[in-house]
Ligand binder design. Sequence first.
Ligand SMILES: C[S@@+](CC[C@H](N)C(=O)[O-])C[C@H]1O[C@@H](n2cnc3c(N)ncnc32)[C@H](O)[C@@H]1O
Length: 234
Amino acid sequence: MTGRFSENRIYNEDCVTAMPDMPPACVDMVLTDPPYNIVFRSNRRKERFDFIVNDDLPDADFEQLLNAYFAECRRILKPDRFLISFMSWETIPFFERAIRAAGFTIKSMPIWVKNNFGLGYYTRPQYEPMYLAMKGKPPPPETAISDILRFACVNSGDLEHSCQKPVALLQTLIRTFAPEGGLVFDGFMGSGSTAIAARKLNRKHIGFEIDPKTFEAAQNRIDTEFRQTSLLWE
Ligand SMILES: C[S@@+](CC[C@H](N)C(=O)[O-])C[C@H]1O[C@@H](n2cnc3c(N)ncnc32)[C@H](O)[C@@H]1O
């Protein structure tokens, strides 16, 4: 990686304004979890979690954010590589338009099925969809995975972020769709789950988190995780 960024680092910056400083074709996979724009305010552990930045935008602004972001994702992704983005069922049309407009081909919609369900008057939500998309024509993975991915939510005692994804789920996606030793990018790092999953699998990571408190928590989590791992080997 050239320019002002280094591998295995996260930066406390707005991804949309920072990404143009990244060189073209420098990352091997985008695995990302943008705000869903569903005014997510967690009922759990309110004392630790504020509302999510950019989760309460007028539709036109949300569209603009996703368009700018996915266009930059395509520019920084090497040819013949994969992008996976989480989303909510409510915002699927926004993600679909932005990912296609950036020039990706959408390949499938894997679903994360959780071990428990949330609150709801009509149905109670127990899944989150994602898009698997491609820049160019990457070869298929050695072993194709099911598009139904059953993984337990992060235990509430271990939660650092209200939208935290299980590392084991992200590891399955990275193991399947990022080459060994490759660089995995996430512009919306939250608590740093993508970074941890990538590093645990002998991949590198890079990404951004706009919120200073969330960034600090992510940085501490990553430092603790890898300090502990390196101590095990000393
Ligand atoms: C859905 S959460 C990601 C959660 C993450 N996957 C995890 O496991 O912790 C989205 C994150 O994007 C951050 N964010 C929102 N707008 C951003 C922007 N323009 N640039 C960088 N980060 C942003 C929010 O602060 C939030 O932490």
